[in-house]
Design a protein around this ligand. Structure first.
Ligand SMILES: [Zn+2]
Length: 465
């Protein structure tokens, strides 16, 4: 520890058990953490940290596990606007049904992304979802594309959650005859993306990153892909796109373009350490070798994939990606068709699906699943500063009670978090050094009022769409 005795800091968390998967042992008992200006400035045995730091606020974490904040690396927040529509039992193709047919999905997403709703209404609809995520220990959210970017930014900034969000671009989708045709002007879309970067990157006290998305590799012309690559490199912003989503989507892509998605992305300059490929479940060994070489991150969404019936686990891409050294981050792909996921849901889904498919319970370790749930990839920005409980890291932390009866006396924090923990165990959530959730509730937020304003906004949206 580099400080001299009596240095002042904002927060001192004492007496907890740190779980830091990046550290040698991973666990530090009776540990203390000093936080100043949003950064972890000291970590060590409680007595040592307490003797070195004088804090404005001291938090007693006795009996609690302290973990890096969880990240949901794939949410469509703008899709929450769809909850303005009344529930209809499915009598035909649902949101992603129809066997995952890309010619149904692409036009639907293109329509959704062009929905125009005032920012204030978007913010009102999105806020309760963000509250639910924070209360579950999610400190960072990566928006995978949708309408209402300005509203998402203001809701996230208001509630204090870290977010990556931006316009989701597509210039090709299927017409009424099922033909894949150009339907938008790439230059105009890129101008919109440029404006979004200018408006939102590093907003919300630096907790918002503008991310420029392509909707799906098949929905982007070569010209648009090259434009996104060039823009995101020039402005040094993250980029991501849905790609290699299912076997059927891969076959449809290759038939339409006469080249693989990996070849097109590579030729356009899209594959770089600032890029995350979302879903990416249907992969050849050659695809994986190119991903490893170019430094892309892959986002895996076990719950969403399974509920949407993408059949992604069948390709066993996750263990192959991990073996090749490709970073994998976990998301929910939460959309209105199912509930807001908790990190515990995502971890359980990843473990269950990967292990069942492999027919072995060592196919994915608890540590690997936890690491995937706390790493954000490049999308949230701050490379090397998120995902660990260590000096120099940003203070995005979760404190969990592990004394509940469902913990069955589990002593080690790894199984406690990966197998036993529930949202009700989340006692405190800290984002950027700010206590956002305390005793399980949002600090300074009237949740009933937020729910009311969300209901009113949904009614107003339903009246106009
Ligand atoms: Zn998605």
């Amino acid at each position: 520890m580099s400080s001299t005795p009596g240095s002042s800091c904002d927060l001192l968390i004492a007496g907890g058990r740190i779980l830091d998967l990046g550290a040698e042992s991973g666990v530090l008992d009776d540990a203390g953490i000093a936080v100043h200006d949003g950064v972890i400035v000291g970590v060590g045995p409680s007595a040592e940290v307490e003797s070195l730091w004088r804090a404005t606020r001291v938090i007693d974490a006795t009996g609690q596990v302290i973990s890096a904040g969880f990240v949901d690396a794939h949410v469509h927040l703008g899709a929450f606007l769809d909850t303005a529509r009344p529930y209809q039992p499915s009598t035909g193709p649902g949101l992603f049904s129809g066997g995952g047919r890309i010619e149904v999905i692409l036009p639907m997403i293109a329509r959704m992304c062009s929905m125009s709703v005032p920012d204030a209404l978007v913010a009102a609809v999105v806020r309760p979802g963000l509250v639910a995520m924070l209360k579950a220990g999610i400190t960072g959210v990566v928006d995978a594309g949708g309408p209402g970017v300005g509203g998402v930014v203001s809701a996230a900034a208001e509630l204090g959650i870290r977010v990556a969000v931006g316009p989701s671009l597509a210039d090709m989708w299927h017409d009424e005859h099922g033909r894949l045709v150009r339907q938008a002007d790439a230059d105009r879309l890129l101008d919109q993306a440029r404006a979004a970067i200018d408006s939102y990157d590093w907003a919300g006290h630096g907790r918002v990153r503008a991310v420029v998305s392509g909707v799906e590799t098949m929905g982007c012309s070569d010209e648009l892909l090259a434009g996104i690559a060039e823009l995101t490199a020039a402005r040094d912003v993250p980029t991501h796109l849905h790609s290699h989503v299912s076997e059927a989507a891969v076959q449809a892509h290759d038939a339409a373009f006469g080249r693989t998605a990996t070849q097109r992305l590579s030729a356009a300059g899209m594959l770089s350490p600032r890029c995350t490929l979302m879903h990416a479940g249907s992969l050849t060994d050659d695809d994986i070798a190119v991903f490893a070489e170019t430094g892309v991150t892959v986002n895996h969404n076990p719950g969403g994939n399974a509920l949407f019936g993408f059949g992604i686990t069948a390709g066993r891409s996750v263990p192959r990606l991990l073996d090749a050294g490709v970073p994998v981050v976990l998301g929910s792909d939460t959309a209105p068709s199912f509930a807001v996921s908790t990190p515990f849901d995502m971890i359980h889904a990843a473990l269950m699906l990967q292990r069942d498919l492999a027919g072995r319970d060592d196919a994915l370790s608890l540590e690997q699943a936890l690491a995937m749930a706390t790493h954000s990839g490049p999308s949230l920005g701050r490379p090397g500063q998120l995902g660990r409980v260590a000096e120099g890291q940003l203070a995005d932390l979760v404190l969990l009670d592990t004394a509940g009866p469902h913990h069955l006396g589990t002593d080690h924090p790894v199984p406690a978090l990966a197998l036993h923990a529930r949202t009700a165990d989340v006692a405190m959530v800290i984002v950027d050094g700010r206590v956002v959730v305390e005793h399980g509730d949002l600090v300074g937020v009237d949740e009933a009022a937020l729910a009311d304003s969300a209901r009113q906004a949904r009614t107003a949206i339903a009246a106009h769409h």
